[in-house]
Write a protein that binds this ligand. Structure first.
Ligand code: PLP
Ligand code: TYF
Length: 394
């Protein structure tokens, strides 16, 4: 049987992790996989998460199953975090999933069950796993223009022009904030245009929000998602807790479906639980419980917010320093976009050959499309990176 299988294409981001590890150079710099690192290169367990974990260890009485859609308390807490405390709970169906990726996968399957012909429109570029899962599910997929390589900003007119070709019932996959891989994001006024177009054409938004709190702040990063959910008749939201709670390996995420009428919510809730049962039955609980504890306890929540805020402002400082250093060395403003980008990533906007040159000649590892993980830098490595970028004539 097994000889009938073909080997599968490797995940290019994850392949880079192994390549970096194998590089013996002491001064190598890892700007690859999207995991937050502090100035010492460590990915810490957040203080509030550690405290919640200790409480949980002391208080948890059973490890029995929870529910197919996960703990309703987790759904309540996450709906509050993503959609805001005022958002009507009755208008949301939700199910816990293994990570944000699990939510993306379940969302695609839900779409497929509802409408086999729906095309999923994704940004060009988008997170490679979006395309890979869509391909695996054999779902019709289209790309809309998104990134303007000249300016390093969003190509809004190209995006709108392409989305005008979408048919009623099609899905538009949007990054709620901190676009991966480019770092370029829509402004609120731009979002209004996208929303109007989706309304006019009868399109359904699917928001993937994996970096809430990494861009402009916890509330600001959720604004677009909230406006979409309020403006559209139906909205699908896949949220990840991996980055903002630093609980990557706990596999914590949630799929939400927002709709205007009770019947739709009931049937969506039923289908979310059904899909969980088909794919893995009960979702993991440990990370979800920690998130619920942190969000539900005043002191833990305040501490978590403070730590997340220092992560966010730290990355912003790295952006400014890199942009300023490149301005100094290049004598131009052409790297100013690095300071305007938000989240963990920025697309430098150079060729795979130059990316290979940075790796081979300078020990600097970034994804082949020139995506850099800003959190992989620190005050000492920024001048090295800037000098290498100039030396490679980028
Ligand atoms: N969506 C995007 C755009 C991402 O960058 C990520 C990566 O972390 C995810 C979803 C989901 O991540 P996870 O499955 O680790 O929660
Ligand atoms: O884009 C990233 O680097 C993160 C982490 O298959 C990641 O989202 C990368 C690849 C992957 C899963 C997660």
């Amino acid at each position: 049987m097994l000889e009938a299988l073909n080997t599968q294409p490797a995940d290019k981001i994850l392949a880079l992790v192994a390549q970096f590890k194998a590089d013996p150079r002491a001064n190598k710099i890892d700007l690859g996989v999207g995991v937050y690192k502090d100035s010492e290169g460590k990915t810490p367990i957040m203080r509030a998460v550690k405290a919640a974990e200790q409480q949980l260890w002391e208080q948890e009485q059973t490890k029995s199953y929870v529910a197919l859609a996960g703990d309703p308390g987790f759904a309540d807490a996450m709906i509050g975090l993503v959609l805001g405390a005022e958002f009507p709970r009755a208008g949301v169906a939700a199910a816990a999933t293994p990570g944000g990726t699990g939510a993306v996968r379940q969302a695609f399957e839900l779409i497929q069950m509802a409408n086999q012909d729906a095309k999923v429109w994704v940004s060009d570029p988008t997170w490679p796993n979006h395309l890979s899962i869509l391909k695996h599910l054999a779902m019709p997929t289209r790309q809309y223009r998104y990134f303007d390589a000249q300016t390093g900003a969003v190509n809004l007119s190209g995006m709108l022009e392409d989305l005008k070709k979408a048919k009623p019932g099609d899905i538009v996959l949007l990054h709620g904030c901190c676009h991966n891989p480019t770092g370029a994001n829509l402004r609120l006024t731009d979002w209004e245009h996208v929303i109007s177009l989706m309304q006019e054409r009868g399109l359904t938004p699917m928001v993937d929000i994996a970096y809430q709190g990494f861009g402009d702040g916890l509330e600001a990063d959720a604004t677009a998602t909230r406006v979409i959910a309020k403006s559209m008749p139906e909205t699908i939201i896949a949220a990840s807790c991996s980055k903002n709670f630093g609980i990557y390996r706990e596999r914590t995420g949630i799929l939400m479906v927002v709709a205007g009428n009770d019947k739709s919510i009931r049937v969506a809730q039923d289908n979310l639980a059904y899909l969980n049962r088909q794919n893995f039955s009960f979702p993991p609980d440990h990370g979800a419980r920690l998130v619920t504890m942190v969000l539900g306890d005043k002191a833990l929540r305040a501490d978590w917010e403070a730590e997340l805020e220092s992560v966010r402002t730290g990355m912003l400082a790295l952006r400014s320093q890199l942009s300023a250093e490149l301005q100094r060395l290049s004598g131009s403003d052409r790297f100013g976009f690095l300071a305007d980008h938000r989240g963990m990533f920025s697309r430098l906007g150079t060729t795979p050959e130059k990316v290979a040159q940075l790796r081979e000649d300078h020990g600097i590892y970034m994804v082949g499309d020139s995506r850099m993980n800003i959190a992989g830098l620190n005050a000492q490595t920024i001048p090295t990176l800037a000098a290498a970028i100039i030396a490679c004539d980028i």
